[in-house]
Design a protein around this ligand. Structure first.
Ligand code: E4P
Length: 216
């Protein structure tokens, strides 16, 4: 399973990159706006920094404008993936971008049948938002499981990119289902490393070694 980082923050990208855990980055208008400043500069810096796919999202809601924005976004780097919202105009744009060989990530996907439409139109990635579904008492992971079954049934090449992740259990479940990619907030990546028994065990090993050295 590939790990993408769900952020537009350069420090977070650098830190996870140094851990060797960074396969790509996803951004969205909210994450970009959180960083402030000139979004174009920020997008270019992210694309330079990341050795892997970087999703940049269109703002337009009609397909002609989406195509224009997509052409601009791909100029930021060869690793750009154009994020398109799961709306009818988005599907029209998706079809054209697929024909042009531009990589796409269909975002704001909440049902397996929405994902099916994106896959049929050749999306590179489809992003089910599991945390937001869970927040409505609907199972995000059940939707991902159904997507996996459908994509496997028809050998779709579209990758399932689990998004809107809230905690490490989402990572575990996505891995068990066989999602291709998961995009993680920085805080969740950090949580994945932690276990109290690791800290306790290490403290004991170091204390025992120190006592042994003193008595040697
Ligand atoms: C995915 O690409 C989105 O950027 C993201 O995962 C949305 O998550 P949220 O529900 O935390 O905003």
């Amino acid at each position: 399973m590939q790990f993408f980082l769900d952020t537009a923050n350069l420090d977070q990208i650098r830190e996870v990159g140094e851990l060797g855990l960074l396969d790509g980055v996803t951004t969205n208008p909210t994450l970009m706006s959180r960083e402030g400043g000139d979004w174009r500069k920020q997008a270019a810096l992210i694309c330079d920094l990341v050795d892997g796919p970087v999703s940049l999202e269109v703002i337009a809601t009609n397909h002609e404008e989406m195509i224009k924005e997509a052409k601009d976004l791909v100029s930021f780097g060869t690793n750009v993936v154009v994020k398109i919202p799961m709306i009818p105009e988005g599907l029209k744009a998706l079809r054209e971008l697929t024909e042009r060989g531009i990589k796409t990530n269909v975002t704001l996907v909440f049902s397996p049948t929405q994902a099916l439409l994106a896959a049929k139109l050749g999306a590179t990635y489809v992003s089910p938002f599991v945390g937001r579904l869970d927040g409505l008492s609907q199972s995000g992971m059940q939707a991902v499981e159904q997507m996996r079954t459908m994509f496997d049934n028809y050998a779709f090449e579209t990758k399932i990119l689990v998004a809107s992740v809230r905690h490490p259990m989402h990572v575990l479940e996505a891995g068990l289902i066989g999602a291709d990619v998961i995009t993680l907030p920085y805080s969740t990546i950090m949580q994945l490393m932690q276990h109290p028994l690791t800290d306790k065990g290490l403290a004991t090993f170091l204390a025992d070694w120190e006592a042994f050295q003193k008595n040697a």
